[in-house]
Design a protein around this ligand. Structure first.
Ligand SMILES: Cc1cc2nc3c(=O)[nH]c(=O)nc-3n(C[C@H](O)[C@H](O)[C@H](O)COP(=O)(O)O)c2cc1C
Length: 808
């Protein structure tokens, strides 16, 4: 049945690293099955491809980046909505639904989505479906899936699409039903159950649709219909969309609570953070204890196909796997509803006679890098120094990169992004596991399958259409990111063992949501871990390329000053170490920190060779001229806000434990170079630094330099604490303790001298605790309630006097 334009809605996304875009594409694809047409655009296309003033029904999916800011692509759209001259009925004809993506580890959770939501409302637009807030800290899907499930009936209702004539694409699903029928059965329209297929209802051979039913009768029931109508006419999603786990879906709440209490590992997909964290793998705090379930395992050894020489595994830790591969009794005895298999769309061909010069292919096929404000530059490593002692829990590395004659400009406090590559051994092991090791260096071409059912299908723009599989797997795609449910769904098709197949089905099913979170997302399992756990699963490589996300660059705070070391950028980071265990079947380091450690291994100066001052670095490897070939692709980033004022009389309070001290080393070097008269408080305001590490003798980085700053007056106060040295003593353990201990002086600086507070480091615990500490500092000064103090701090944030540069 042709779909009339009455069924059209505008679908907009604002995305920095691709997740909001992927969710929008999923909405667009699913919309067809509901007899709806999504007109999909990026928010950057405002006034070019769409004009919101002329629209009647709009769905917006948008993330938040930076410190509560819109993605680069959404900036113009947000600016337009915020124009002060717009009348309050400007968008009175507009009706909308909005899904905000964010990460609750950030203070301004989903701030951009919330801003757009508020602005639309203030301009007279009306919600036809309640806004949803998806939290990357616990898994976007926990809120995004139920929100999406309710979205389509809400649009149908709003557009008065005849739901009784809802028509599925006949060739794709051969499925014709009507809303009332499906609601009686309590089933989602776009899912079907495994039991039904196993009973022989649909054993169709089409790879794309094997699990889809020819007809819908007999579907196993869900607990509720997809969306409910609220008294005010706004359709409400079935599940609470609050980011708080205890308010999330009733169905999964008990498991979720235990998961989130158990550890704070996750944030997997999203978070770039300052060290690799986009994979999520670098976020794994290896010291965190994870509860294991007691259920027995179906497959106890999941390291089956790893070549021990290629990847380091540990019998001790890896021998006992958690129950990723075990069907939990209630699930295996009941039916589970798996999502529709997305249409295959990539075709891979090996061109044995053709050669391709990989050196000529631009990085990631020349596809623009997210958050880039400059071209990619190859920066030469001039030194690589280990700042920590051997016994330190984490190894900290300081890299100096030569950017002379390059188009790179920066200010202290800025971050640069590093373009990363996957570990060649990990790539090799994966390609071997996929049984394609022999052809990894053969030229191959990727094209779109003719007649694919995938809407707007194209070869991902970050993958060169003509190259080699090794090139793609090493430089273009993320092989660490925990596979998404859609990929699990695809893997079902290529798993021969029935028990394993069933478990994979469970993991992508609605009923298996908590298991997915616990066994895949929390321990940050990679595709390789999954394939090791399910040995009978052998997917074709082109199906994987349809699902694996783009390899994202990683941002790092610069700790140099262009005034002190023109032409040099210095960054400092911990090498993230991720042990075997909890389903992780091989040892790994963070993708980027591991890469930087690996490529500089042979030239790293011993810890004793460098005590911390910039001058000590005269022993650079540049002199030895042995590392000309070590180059790191970097670029500068947009949205930089973590800057000191030019007015040095404004006091600054810097809080940066661990490698969070990086930007402050840059600040202090910069201030020193400005050669201001520090004895005159009219010219040079107080400078406080709150620093902390585990052990004074093992990981106090930049110690000498910081103490020098203190003795010369560049730094007026240096407050240091050691969290593991002081456990038995009463001295302050964390930066927030020191902040509270200096409450009187700090509050005077903040309330009377207009001081700016800078916080850099871990968002999950530190930034929140520091925020609380400053609230109590303000409260004690003003003798007010905590609520009032909070508002005061909010005001400081608004006026850019409380700035955060944090990562999860
Ligand atoms: C550098 C960076 C900064 C972020 N800042 C925020 C923030 O201030 N508030 C928030 O709720 N989420 C924040 N996030 C989380 C993202 O919004 C979240 O991971 C989202 O899923 C990303 O979607 P996208 O890939 O479409 O951009 C940040 C993520 C990154 C990488």
């Amino acid at each position: 049945m042709p779909v009339s334009t009455k069924n059209r809605f505008l679908l907009l996304y604002g995305s920095q690293t691709g997740q909001a875009k992927a969710i929008s594409e999923e909405i667009a694809e699913k919309a067809e099955k509901f007899n709806l047409i999504a007109d999909l655009h990026c928010l950057s296309q405002t006034e070019k491809k769409f004009n919101i003033e002329r629209e009647h029904c709009v769905v917006i999916v948008t993330s938040t980046t930076g410190d509560g800011e819109p993605p680069d692509t959404a900036q113009k759209f947000v600016r337009r909505l915020k124009k002060k001259t717009l009348p309050s009925n400007h968008l009175e004809n507009l009706n909308y639904a909005l899904l905000g993506l964010g990460d609750s580890n950030y203070t301004n959770f989903c701030n951009n989505g919330k801003t757009i939501d508020r602005q639309l409302e203030q301009l007279g637009a009306k919600r036809f479906y309640e806004s949803g807030w998806a939290d990357d800290a616990v898994g976007l899907e926990i809120a995004a899936e139920p929100w999406m499930e309710g979205l389509f009936p809400a649009i149908q209702k709003f557009l008065s699409v005849d739901i009784n004539s809802t028509c599925y694409d006949s060739t794709e699903t051969s499925c014709r039903t009507n809303q009332s029928e499906s609601n009686e059965n309590g089933c989602s329209l776009h899912e079907t159950t495994i039991n039904q297929m196993e009973n022989g209802h649909d054993k169709g051979d089409s790879q794309e649709n094997r699990l889809e039913s020819k007809s819908m009768p007999g579907l196993h029931s869900y607990e509720s219909s997809p969306a409910l109508l609220s008294p005010n006419g706004i359709t409400k999603p079935v599940f609470s969309l609050d980011s708080n786990c205890d308010k999330t879906s009733e169905v999964t709440s008990s498991k979720l609570n235990s998961i989130t209490n158990v550890n704070n590992l996750s944030s997997s997909s999203s978070h770039l953070g300052k060290s690799d964290s986009n994979t999520g793998t670098d976020n794994v705090d290896c010291n965190t204890h994870i509860n294991r379930t007691n259920s027995s395992t179906l497959i106890t050894k999941s390291k089956l196909n790893l070549n021990q020489n290629e990847l380091q595994t540990s019998d001790k830790e890896g021998g006992c796997q958690p129950s990723l591969t075990t069907s939990l009794p209630p699930l295996s005895e009941s039916s589970v509803s798996v999502p529709v298999l997305s249409a295959a769309y990539l075709k891979l061909e090996y061109l044995n006679d053709e050669t391709v010069n990989l050196n000529e292919i631009p990085l990631q096929n020349g596809c623009p890098m997210p958050s880039a404000s400059s071209e990619i530059t190859m920066a030469r490593v001039t030194s690589s120094s280990v700042l920590t002692k051997e016994e330190a829990v984490k190894k900290t590395l300081c890299l100096r990169l030569n950017i002379q004659k390059k188009m790179i400009e920066y200010l202290p406090g800025d971050s640069i992004s590093v373009v990363v590559e996957n570990d060649e051994n990990e790539v090799k092991a994966l390609l071997k596991r996929l049984s394609i090791l022999k052809c990894v260096d053969t030229t191959c071409s990727l094209t779109v399958i003719e007649g694919t059912k995938k809407k707007n299908a194209s070869v991902p723009s970050h993958i060169p259409p003509l190259c080699t599989l090794r090139h793609i797997f090493t430089t273009c795609i993320d092989i660490r990111e925990p596979p998404k449910k859609a990929l699990f769904r695809a893997l079902v098709e290529y798993t021969s063992d029935q028990g394993q197949k069933r478990r994979i089905q469970e993991l992508c099913s609605k009923q298996g949501a908590a298991d997915y979170t616990q066994f895949v997302r929390q321990p940050s399992l990679s595709l390789m871990d999954i394939l090791n756990a399910f040995p009978s699963c052998i997917p074709p490589v082109e199906r994987l390329l349809e699902h694996l996300p783009r390899l994202q660059p990683r941002p790092y705070s610069v700790c140099s000053s262009p005034l002190v070391n023109p032409g040099i950028i210095e960054i400092v980071f911990n090498i993230v170490n991720i042990p075997v265990g909890e389903g992780r079947s091989y040892h790994r380091n963070g993708i980027c920190t591991g890469m930087l450690d690996r490529i500089t291994k042979n030239v790293q100066t011993k810890e004793v060779a460098w005590e911390g001052s910039a001058d000590d670095l005269s022993n650079t490897l540049e002199k030895l001229n042995i590392n000309d070939y070590i180059q790191v692709p970097i670029f500068t980033r947009t949205n930089q806000h973590f800057h000191m004022s030019d007015d040095l009389s404004i006091p600054i309070i810097m809080v940066g434990p661990g490698t969070g001290v990086a930007p402050f080393v840059g600040f202090l070097r910069h201030r020193q170079a400005l050669k201001t008269d520090m004895s005159d408080p009219e010219l040079y305001g107080n400078t406080w630094l709150f620093y902390g590490c585990r052990h004074e003798k093992r990981d106090y980085i930049y110690r000498k330099e910081l103490e020098d700053f203190l003795s010369t007056g560049i730094l007026s106060h240096l407050c240091v604490c050691f969290s593991r040295d002081n456990q038995l003593q009463k001295s302050p353990q964390y930066v927030q303790d020191n902040i509270r201990n200096n409450s009187t002086e700090l509050s005077t600086l903040i309330m009377e001298k207009n001081a700016t507070v800078f916080v850099c480091g871990d968002a999950k615990n530190m930034a929140k605790d520091v925020n609380e500490a400053f609230i109590s500092v303000i409260q004690s000064y003003k003798e007010c309630t905590a609520e009032e103090a909070k508002r005061e701090l909010m005001k400081m944030r608004l006026h850019k006097r409380y700035l955060e540069d944090v990562w999860t």
